[in-house]
Write a protein that binds this ligand. Sequence first.
Ligand SMILES: C[S@@+](CC[C@H](N)C(=O)[O-])C[C@H]1O[C@@H](n2cnc3c(N)ncnc32)[C@H](O)[C@@H]1O
Length: 259
Amino acid sequence: MVEIKYEFGDCRSLLKKVDDHSIRMVVTSPPYNLNKKYGIYTDNLQMGEWKKLLDETIKEISRILTNNGSFFLNVSPIPNKKTKEIIPLDSIAWEIGKRNGLFLRNKIIWHFNNMQNCVNRLSGRWEAILWFVKDIDNYVFNLKDVKIPVITKNDKRFDASSGRNPTDIWYFDRVNNMTKQKLGISKAPCVYPVPLIERIIKMSTNKDDWVLDPFVGSGTTLIACKKLERNAIGLEIDENYKSIIEKRLKTETSQTKII
Ligand SMILES: C[S@@+](CC[C@H](N)C(=O)[O-])C[C@H]1O[C@@H](n2cnc3c(N)ncnc32)[C@H](O)[C@@H]1O
């Protein structure tokens, strides 16, 4: 049976307790500085402070990853609070990852349709998922586990029985308020979709590996790991998420040894 652990506090200090080279994959979605109401966390850092949070976190991630490990970072373009100019957080995050010794393997575009419509610019319909690896020549990549159906069975480029590469543009619906209501997690903002995290876990880890999410929020990464039999550690600054995580682990999975 896999272990699913979670701890509350600032991930920058909690990560220091994690052993070197002990985690196969880190996947996370940090606060985007969008003034979201996360509970006790105020999502309105100065850009310099946000970069420092990311830099200090990625430094620890780089240390705890196994040599063939991966780091998936989900960030979105955001409007500057004053000027409304768009800031490409993924470009900023790429530089920070690079500075901490990681290599970019793919920039995955997570495309969705269910989002508000803008009136003075094009409506945003994607977020970035940066796939970093510690060693560009050696990393886990289980392509066969994430293949998708071929488009036409007569296309000779593909073996119809084994499917095709899912490419670097992924469509997954965002978790909307109705779904959150159904799951009883209405208070959690920015919950990412379980199937999206499941694809990342299948692709970059094997059964019984350890996965970590330093900004785990409502526990989506923990749910996906439990379903796919991976051990998981979730870190979260706001202890109010404890009941949400517990509830989700009970209702969305079964047979979990919670520590
Ligand atoms: C975008 S949300 C993550 C949502 C998560 N992916 C989910 O599916 O629910 C970011 C989370 O980071 C937490 N957070 C902010 N600063 C933190 C820190 N220094 N250490 C740990 N967690 C932090 C916030 O409370 C928030 O829950």
